[in-house]
Design a protein around this ligand. Structure first.
Ligand code: F3S
Length: 284
């Protein structure tokens, strides 16, 4: 069986930076915490926990004197301030692209814009961006064009995107919002790494005559979910797996396939991709 890798796959710049920082902190201390899972990849989280990382459900669980690493998704300002006031050492590893979205939310809400965030309202990145606006009541989250249609009229609207959105959807939502205000400020905060992985997957399934695509990534990973949607939209069969054990339970999927593509989300570590590639090689 021929295996073709997507040109861009695995850890993005922001995730790599955060994971490297966690590893470095763990070399010096065993009191290193994150609020929520550091990344949406259970295998990588388990590796970091085995090194000593502690994962808190919320900021209140972090004890004084501990060190907390703010993950790449970012965190609301009031959470960071309350940690600092409790003698917790904060190392902010918010991805620079997410930081840009947070800064826009802060500065534009200060200028009385009604802030519309395009993304998933339950995603920590969106919650963190919301938590940078001066008044959270003046922020709304829309997931798509239909929800954007429901936004009321305002004199000024700022549209800010979750970093994992597609540009096409951002443009569609902007076209809807421009009818609802006098001034529309569109912040294209979609990150390049996301677009690169999405374009690479599109290229993988359209130019290579593949019979199917194996997608490697955590099931809670928003950017991996987007890659799955892209593969499916090209009518290519996709097998979404988290680890090499899932190859064994899906051997039928590989039957009668001559060429398969492999893609991976931005939170999938290199070591896991290699392991899975090897396992597919053994089984094919
Ligand atoms: Fe940052 Fe983009 Fe990765 S926003 S965390 S570089 S997917």
């Amino acid at each position: 069986m021929k295996i073709i890798m997507a040109k861009h796959a695995g850890f993005c710049f922001g995730v790599k930076r955060a994971v490297d920082a966690i590893e470095k902190s763990l070399e010096n201390s065993q009191k290193v915490w994150t609020i929520g899972l550091p990344i949406h990849n259970p295998q990588e989280v388990a590796r970091l926990e085995a090194m000593g990382l502690k994962v808190a459900n919320n900021a209140d669980e972090i004890p004084s004197g501990a060190e907390v690493l703010i993950r790449a998704h970012g965190e609301a300002l009031n959470v960071i301030e309350s940690l600092r006031s409790r003698d917790v050492k904060v190392r902010d590893m918010t991805c620079l692209f997410v930081r840009k979205a947070q800064d826009y939310a802060k500065s534009l809400s200060e200028k009385d814009y009604h802030v519309v965030l395009l993304g998933d309202k339950n995603h920590p990145e969106i919650k963190g961006i919301m938590g940078h606006a001066v008044n959270e009541n003046n922020v709304e989250v829309v997931a798509n064009e239909a929800e954007a249609e429901k936004i009321s009229r305002y004199p000024k609207i700022a549209l800010i995107s979750q970093t994992t959105q597609r540009e096409e959807r951002l443009a569609n939502v902007a076209a809807i919002l421009i009818r609802k205000c006098l001034t529309l400020h569109v912040c294209n905060t979609i990150c390049k790494a996301t677009a690169e992985r999405q374009d690479a997957v599109k290229e993988l399934v359209t130019n290579n005559d593949v019979d199917g695509a194996v997608l490697i990534g955590g099931r809670a990973s928003a950017n991996t979910g987007k890659l799955r949607d892209i593969i499916k939209s090209h009518n290519i069969e996709v097998l979404w797996i988290e680890d090499e054990n899932e190859i064994e339970s899906n051997l039928d999927w590989f039957k009668n396939k001559n060429t398969i593509g492999i893609a991976a989300g931005a939170s999938t570590p290199e070591w896991l991709i290699d392991k899975i590639k090897k396992q597919i090689g053994v089984r094919s």
